[in-house]
Design a protein. Structure first.
Length: 319
């Protein structure tokens, strides 16, 4: 019916052991009451789930079988990291679980989610079939036609090659997006300043791009993700993000022992999660996200680039 809110279900496939901060991830989901979350996993979770989160027990091999039934040929899915290449197929693979939704999405667990509806409005959902390009958190219209688009010709690699190889292609973020670009299909790429994609190359938390400050800190509070920073006039400023993606920085510990569902605000740092009890100050920023200096961050840039070039060389000549 015209005027009703578009329904959304976000899928996460996760195998192994839930991160130690999983309760905080669930809490960030619970603050999006009009969005459902569906987790396919072999992990056990004994606590009560938020009302909008469901868990379906399965195995990676069962997901592989469902993928093969969907595409009609054997696929390579022996390791969980390969699921990135299968994300564009989730609408088809999990079709029966998504029937009642207008949109489905996929996400990772190395994120904290902010206010989805504030950033992904119904005007956007009405206009576009695909929202965002990254595997951290993306959405797609749930129709038969949209859910078959992974089969269209891509810029580099087709879906048959991607799904049968043991390589990691990043199909969800690159070739699948190129299909939308090649055929002029309606896609909306989130502006970079609407999400916090934390750089892997630096020890302290910095976002990708040049929008960083010497004194800055990230936190989740009452269902929203924020960064506070000191501007050039030493004044505290704040911006809000759809989510923060902290790139699997190990098992980031939770540094408060209270029930996590009773803590409605926490800092997100490279050493873990800390309860936020008061307003942000310069001293708080320097404690939890200290700036190491311009020269040290240049050194981190060079070190990261060298590692990247070595990996690229090995893949080209030895894989």
């Amino acid at each position: 019916m015209e005027g009703t809110q578009k329904s959304i279900c976000v899928i996460a496939c996760y195998f192994g052991k839930f991160p130690v901060y999983f309760d905080l991830w669930l809490q960030s989901c619970s603050y999006n009451p009009t969005v459902d979350f569906l987790i396919y996993t072999d992990c056990n979770y004994e606590k009560e789930l938020p009302f909008n989160v469901s868990v379906k027990q399965t195995t990676l091999m069962e997901i592989k079988k469902r993928a093969e039934e969907t595409v009609g040929f054997p696929v390579s899915l022996e390791k969980a990291y390969r699921l990135c290449d299968f994300k564009p197929l989730y609408g088809a693979i999990f079709k029966t679980d998504l029937e009642k939704y207008d949109f489905w999405g996929f996400c990772d667990l190395d994120i904290m989610i902010g206010n989805i509806r504030k950033f992904i409005t119904d005007d956007i959902l009405e206009k576009y079939d695909k929202i965002n390009r990254w595997g951290h958190l993306s959405f797609q219209r749930n129709t038969e036609e949209c859910n078959r688009r992974y089969k269209l010709d891509a810029a580099r690699y087709g879906y048959q090659e991607v799904l049968t190889s043991t390589r990691d292609f990043g199909f969800d973020e690159y070739d699948y997006i190129s299909i939308y670009e090649k055929y002029g299909l309606p896609i909306w790429i989130l502006p970079m300043d609407s999400y916090a994609d934390i750089r892997a190359r630096h020890k302290r938390f910095c976002v990708k791009g040049n929008d960083n400050y010497k004194e800055q800190i990230f936190y989740w509070e009452n269902g929203a993700v924020y960064r506070e920073y000191l501007d050039g006039n030493d004044q505290l400023k704040k911006n809000e993000y759809l989510y923060i993606h902290f790139k699997q920085r190990g098992a980031l510990p939770v540094h408060f022992k209270e029930n996590t569902d009773e803590v409605n605000s926490f800092y997100i740092t490279n050493t873990g999660f800390y309860e936020k009890k008061d307003k942000v100050t310069k001293e708080i920023i320097q404690k939890y996200n200290p700036y190491p200096g311009k020269n040290y961050e240049k050194y981190e840039d060079i070190k990261y680039r060298l590692k990247y070039d070595i990996r690229k060389f090995k893949r080209k000549y030895f894989d």
